[in-house]
Design a protein around this ligand. Sequence first.
Ligand code: NAP
Length: 258
Amino acid sequence: MSPKTLITGASSGIGAVYADRLARRGHDLVLVARDQARLDTLARDLHARTGIAVEVLRADLTDDADIARVADRLREDGDISMLINNAGAGLGGLVADQQASDIARLIALNTTAVTLLAHAAATRFSRQGSGTIVTIGSVVGLVPEFANTVYGATKAFVLFLSQGLSVELAPRGVRVQAVLPAATRTELWDRAGADLSGLPPMMEAADLVDAALAGLDAGEAVTIPALGDAGLWDAYQKAREAMLPEFANTRPAARYLG
Ligand SMILES: NC(=O)c1ccc[n+]([C@@H]2O[C@H](COP(=O)([O-])OP(=O)(O)OC[C@H]3O[C@@H](n4cnc5c(N)ncnc54)[C@H](OP(=O)(O)O)[C@@H]3O)[C@@H](O)[C@H]2O)c1
């Protein structure tokens, strides 16, 4: 039987490229996003080109009932063996100039939905002893200096979530990968209200996804396609791990003692 993958945010950008690449790998697909017409067109095209079965599941992943519907599907459809937790958005401006309602919506989409869908997949995959959860973070989650603070915080959350799930689920036979794109040419920038004349040079979404899938095939828990020297990430992890024994100290450090 063909593997089946559920992709959120499949109607454009990185998610649409995942749909194309996984269809070419013979995966049946469940495509999730808000734009039904776009998803229907993509589904017809993928089926015509590759012969895979494609289903469209329209959902607004800032809406609790819609999140629950997609989570139920992940819990109940025993054929789905991979989740691409990709849907997300950006938010321009400094925190003090942003609207609270926009921040709440960003957090719902970029963290709440991602967590609840990962939870639903983790529950069933760990029971089955197999499955794969891929989550799209961002290098922005590593760089508070960018002053893209709430967006970066959601992506730092997603990285931690993915790394923690990897620790928890690897012994149960479930693969977990975080993908951290840097600037990638998609609609995200326009949707976030960025000044399109001042954008940085960008990676193509197709190159990003091909690299992410190569990282997945290589068994990476964290894939950063733009990072040329993988040793830099390993050194960053080692610096973090070097602190761990200190966290067992039961007395405050000497510099805090009067
Ligand atoms: N582009 C970059 O430079 C970059 C860099 C780092 C990380 N990322 C991450 O990559 C992921 C994909 O983004 P992208 O760059 O491919 O941008 P994109 O082209 O704007 O795609 C975003 C996708 O998410 C869906 N989506 C947005 N809001 C939604 C909602 N409320 N409910 C359900 N689906 C929703 C959109 O579909 P509908 O509008 O049809 O709902 C679309 O399919 C995001 O998590 C983003 O943070 C992007």
